[in-house]
Design a binder for this molecule. Structure first.
Ligand code: AMP
Length: 400
């Protein structure tokens, strides 16, 4: 079965074509700067294998339709193509950011589902409209394929009400749906399944703290294979310190910036989403650059790492309490979690009294899925690389 996974952002389209159920990747690509005269398309055939072919082109990509049409051309291209016609695609799996309370599961896309995704747009104004455009364009180009929506919020729909409600007047929940939804659900779900398999436990029995730290970042408390709490909320702003997002702040800061310092609400929104987090603290949002600065003795960069990892540590404590029994493992994933030994060390350092200790050597070496806890640690610590695209493909096949 040929399954195309599409992740449409406001100015980008990411795609991967899988052979399912084997999970082999035929090709993958990224289109950046959609809507710009200098669009960049990077397309790889058989990525990561010794047969890999890479093609990069820069040309105007007026809109998502133009971009997706070019992707479809490349899929059938003589040199870089994999298929003979767009009709060979059996399934298209779309990442959709916000599924609200309506979608706790992967869903085949119908007219009603598209309406519902549109209706949820006020909750994810940067993402859901772009996801919808991706769906509509794919429906035209891959007309023979079944189109499936995989929601980033779905995995967290198991969070109990005591954890998903905010203590604000109830009508904002009952009438307006203001509550914790959580995001990165596809990643937390993938990690949970992998961890259950690596730990040799049925998924219904696995208890975990999953730490997804990339450019965006979130943690989840997993009990009996289900999400019972997570750090992102109504929007992807709260919780951990992120590349450019603030994570948790006192909501009163917003009133102070507005009423006392005179910032307009739209500017505050921009500050908290795009100018805060690591960028706000150091002027850099790439953890590699910040870590290099720390190695050169930069105190501002060191403080940023302390704030970043202290926040993770606090949530580990919170989630140990929320799970209510000793979890099987703490898992690090995504760009920072998979690659930064120093962040892992700072995040879980000093927690031996809670049964958590890294093995300093194991933490520093190796790649891929690996256990990095010491023999003293009663809770295992793992690094498990995430693979959201493969999870979307599996979810899509699951309902096919
Ligand atoms: P993601 O959103 O999962 O793609 O993660 C992207 C982030 O991972 C980048 O912004 C980097 O800050 C971080 N990252 C990638 N490689 C490394 C590395 N070797 N060390 C530290 N951080 C890294």
């Amino acid at each position: 079965m040929k399954v195309l996974v599409i992740n449409t952002g406001s100015s980008s389209i990411k795609y991967q074509l899988f052979n399912m159920p084997s999970g082999q990747v035929f090709c993958s690509g990224l289109l950046e700067r959609v809507g710009d005269i200098k669009g960049i398309l990077t397309h790889k055939t058989y990525p990561g294998t010794d047969k890999e072919l890479k093609h990069v082109e820069t040309k105007p990509i007026r809109n998502h339709s133009v971009g997706m049409a070019r992707v479809a051309e490349l899929l059938v291209d003589k040199e870089f193509g994999i298929i003979n016609s767009a009709n060979e695609i059996d399934l298209v799996g779309h990442r959709v950011v916000h599924g609200g309370e309506k979608f706790a599961k992967t869903t085949e896309i119908t007219k009603d589902v598209k309406e519902a995704i549109k209706h949820l747009s006020p909750l994810a104004p940067l993402h859901n409209p772009a996801n919808l455009i991706g769906i509509e364009v794919a429906e035209q180009i891959f007309a023979k394929a079944k189109q499936v929506a995989v929601f980033d919020t779905a995995f967290h729909q198991s969070i109990p009400e005591k954890a998903f409600r905010y203590a604000i007047p109830s009508k904002f929940y009952t009438k307006n749906g203001v509550r914790v939804y959580g995001f990165h659900g596809t990643s937390h779900r993938y990690i949970t399944k992998r961890a259950a398999s690596l730990l040799n436990k049925p998924i219904e029995e696995v208890n975990l703290i999953t730490i997804h730290i990339g450019n965006g970042a979130s943690m989840a408390a997993i009990k009996n294979g289900k999400s019972i709490d997570t750090t992102l909320g109504l929007t992807p702003l709260p919780g951990l310190v992120m590349g450019t997002r603030s994570g948790d702040i006192d909501p009163g800061v917003i009133f102070y910036l507005n009423e006392t310092l005179g910032y307009a609400l739209k500017d505050i929104k921009n500050i908290l989403n795009k100018e805060s987090g690591l960028k706000g603290l150091t002027n850099d949002n790439d953890m590699r650059v910040i870590t290099e600065r720390v190695e050169k003795g930069d105190k501002e960069a060191l403080l940023a790492l302390e704030i970043y990892t202290y926040r993770i540590k606090k949530y580990i404590g919170a989630y140990l309490a929320a799970i209510g029994e000793k979890p099987d493992a703490i898992i690090f994933t995504a760009g920072v979690g998979e690659n930064s030994a120093v962040i892992r060390l700072m995040a879980v350092g000093g927690l031996l009294h809670l049964g958590i200790e890294l093995d300093a050597e194991l933490n520093k070496k190796g790649g891929g899925e690996r256990c990095i806890s010491s023999t003293n640690s009663s809770i295992a610590i793992w690094v498990i690389p995430t693979n959201e695209e493969l999870e979307i493909a599996r979810q899509a096949v699951g309902i096919a």
